[in-house]
Design a protein around this ligand. Structure first.
Ligand SMILES: O=P(O)(O)OP(=O)(O)OP(=O)(O)OC[C@H]1O[C@@H](n2cnc3c(O)ncnc32)[C@H](O)[C@@H]1O
Ligand SMILES: [Mg+2]
Length: 199
């Protein structure tokens, strides 16, 4: 079984990548699984692509190995696309999922149901030492609920109702989320790359 390094410290993402890659018989190793403490990479870019590349290329250079990074977030139409690239720190540096989703809910207090449309975005960057970085982008369309529900998933899942569902993403089973999510969408576009990697 081959290993791939995922340049993330988010345990929710790490779990989803483990599940996706297990199907290809690849072990997804996150920065949380390494013995040594890896310094945080500052996400100073102004797009998901730039931030994903900063993470993937930073870690690929450090280990001289292929590395996959994920930069993702929630874009709410009524908030002009916020929290967007600032999703992880929307309510402050502590990266508190509960505080972040409560901030979105309170900003949408006066927004009627038909104007609560939103989408999750996931950009994957694959950095291979000496090669140019590859990008894949996935979306998941939906709308913002009135209150948080469900305990699966992570981040904004308890307030995000995917299109054609009545429950929030956090009420769906992890298997169901992995069928429809922005992340699975982006990974599906990586299939050819994964097959090459696995050779
Ligand atoms: O940078 P890394 O170490 O990967 O971890 P992070 O949590 O900081 O990740 P991002 O910078 O990409 O920020 C993405 C934020 O968007 C949210 N998010 C991304 N994917 C999500 C998902 O599948 N479900 C719910 N929220 C999600 C979540 O709150 C994340 O903290
Ligand atoms: Mg981050």
């Amino acid at each position: 079984m081959k290993d791939i390094i995922i340049a993330t410290k988010n345990p929710g993402k790490a779990k989803e990548f483990r599940e996706f890659f297990a199907k290809y018989n690849i072990k997804a190793v996150s920065l949380l699984d390494l013995q040594e403490e890896v310094e945080d990479i500052e996400e100073t870019g102004s797009t998901f692509e730039e931030n994903a590349a900063l993470k993937a290329e930073g870690i690929a250079t450090k280990f001289n190995l292929p590395v996959l990074a994920d930069d993702s977030g929630l874009m709410v139409d009524a908030l002009d696309g916020r929290p967007g690239i600032f999703s992880a720190r929307y309510a402050g540096e502590s990266k508190d999922d509960q505080a972040n989703l409560e901030k979105v809910l309170s900003e949408l207090n006066d927004t009627p149901d038909n104007e609560r449309t939103a989408r999750f975005v996931c950009v994957l960057a694959i950095a291979i030492p000496g090669e140019s970085t590859i990008y894949k982008k996935g979306y998941c369309e939906g709308k913002i609920a009135r209150e948080p529900k469900g305990d699966h998933g992570f981040g904004y899942d308890p307030i995000f109702i995917p299109a054609s569902f009545a429950q929030t993403m956090a009420e769906l089973t992890p298997e169901k989320k992995n069928e429809i999510s922005h992340r699975s969408n982006a990974i599906a576009q990586m299939e050819n790359w994964i097959k090459e990697f696995n050779r």
